[in-house]
Design a protein around this ligand. Structure first.
Ligand code: ARG
Length: 276
């Protein structure tokens, strides 16, 4: 283990939860009858953005659109690799208009956007790690979109099957500790029980040194974390996982997004990475 792990500075796209609410239920976390505190959601989100900036990262924002309460979950809008944007196609009709809103932002920022044919929820289900693109399916992104994404980027794409509806997006069950995109070693943290037996075996082969999270930490959205290679921006409630990361030389930076969890989202969900 290196004495000091090196961070790489990142560019993130985020969306203020100005119209955030839980008005429909498309995952088991969402209860339309439980009240949401919009001010608290905005404060927690602002703290996340400030924390990224305090750690040197560039954070950009897209203007939120009224009537799209889940638009705060920017990670679902695309996968950006090597400056190329693979856009989104949402499964739930309520979220479908988000794709066009984000596409406009990317176009204004100078990117072409490829529109997927199958359901594809961006970084929610697509995680680049080392030479592979890990691709979740089972609840949202379709396997056909995994093929499309492999064709588009030319990166070997590994399908992983999610089996527990509480962990309906890959980024609720796994995150890249080291994405290896700078040529260094790649590693992930994940919650094994969120995956089918075959997918677990694949993860064991690809990442023998992975950090394994407990169910409690997974339920606290501890795997919906963002790592810059040194700092891990992690749910404040994921204690055991934060301890494991610290013992491996990472610096856990706790951020509390409890209000956004009412929609089934956490830190990573709110963070779209723009990889140059
Ligand atoms: N309510 C949103 C949905 O169910 C939450 C999305 C969370 N995003 C994520 N990247 N996991 O689609």
């Amino acid at each position: 283990m290196p004495a000091t792990r090196a961070r790489r500075l990142r560019r993130y796209l985020t969306c203020e939860p100005r119209y955030f609410d839980v008005r429909y239920s498309i995952n088991p976390w969402m209860d339309e009858h439980a009240p949401v505190d919009p001010e608290l959601a905005r404060d927690q989100w602002a703290t996340l953005v400030r924390t990224y900036r305090d750690h040197g990262h560039t954070v950009e924002t897209i203007t939120p659109v009224p009537g799209l309460p889940d638009m705060v979950f920017a990670a679902n809008s695309a996968l950006v690799l090597g400056g190329r944007v693979f856009g989104s196609r949402f499964r739930a009709p309520q979220r479908q208009p988000e794709s066009a809103a984000y596409e406009l932002w990317f176009k204004d920022a100078g990117f072409d956007v490829h529109e997927p044919e199958g359901v594809c929820e961006g970084e929610g289900d697509l995680v680049p790690v080392g030479p592979h693109l890990l691709a979740g399916t089972g609840f949202r992104t379709q396997v056909g979109a995994h093929h499309e994404v492999q064709e588009f980027f030319g990166v070997p794409t590994v399908t992983l099957r999610l089996t527990d509806p509480l962990f309906y997006h890959l980024d609720t069950a796994l995150f890249a500790l080291d994405d290896g995109l700078d040529g260094g070693p790649a590693n992930v943290a994940y919650y094994p029980d969120a995956f089918s037996p075959g997918s677990r075996a694949v993860l064991e082969q690809l990442f023998p040194d992975a950090v394994l999270a407990t169910r409690a930490d997974a339920l606290a959205f501890g795997l919906n974390s963002v790592s810059d290679g040194r700092h891990v921006f992690i749910a404040a409630q994921a204690d055991d996982l934060a301890g494991q990361l610290a013992r491996r030389g990472y610096v856990p930076v706790p951020v509390d997004l409890s209000e956004l969890r009412k929609a089934g989202g956490g830190i990573k969900c709110c963070t779209q990475e723009i990889r140059p």
